[in-house]
Ligand binder design. Structure first.
Ligand code: FES
Length: 106
């Protein structure tokens, strides 16, 4: 697990771009928990951290493709990697390079 930020650094319902171990990650704080996925949309490179978040999905701001934040699955063959997130003492940690796991409670 790699330290990403403090919980207070990301307001509820928003996403942030972070770089962890050289990897660009979009970190989200949603009503259903914290999620981390690849920062770049596989369609044409849209910034997923700037997308609209609802429940456990983010919609890319460029062409409205939606990705499940739990699994990274998008429409058809489109997919991003999803990474486990853990909260400890007000800090947010992400396991980049690990397979997707259940989200952390909000
Ligand atoms: S770049 Fe994300 S949907 Fe096109």
């Amino acid at each position: 697990m790699t330290f990403a930020c403090r919980e207070d650094d990301v307001p509820p319902g928003e996403g942030r771009n972070i770089t962890l171990e050289g990897k660009r990650v979009a970190l989200f704080r949603t009503d259903t928990g914290w999620y981390a996925v690849d920062a770049v949309c596989p369609h044409k490179g849209g910034p997923l951290a700037d997308g609209i978040v609802c429940d456990h999905a983010v919609t890319c701001p460029l062409h409205d493709r939606s990705f499940d934040l739990r699994t990274g699955q998008g429409p058809g063959e489109d997919r991003v990697s999803a990474y486990p997130v853990e909260l400890r003492d007000g800090a947010v940690y992400v396991a980049v390079g690990s397979p997707a796991a259940a989200p952390v409670a909000a």
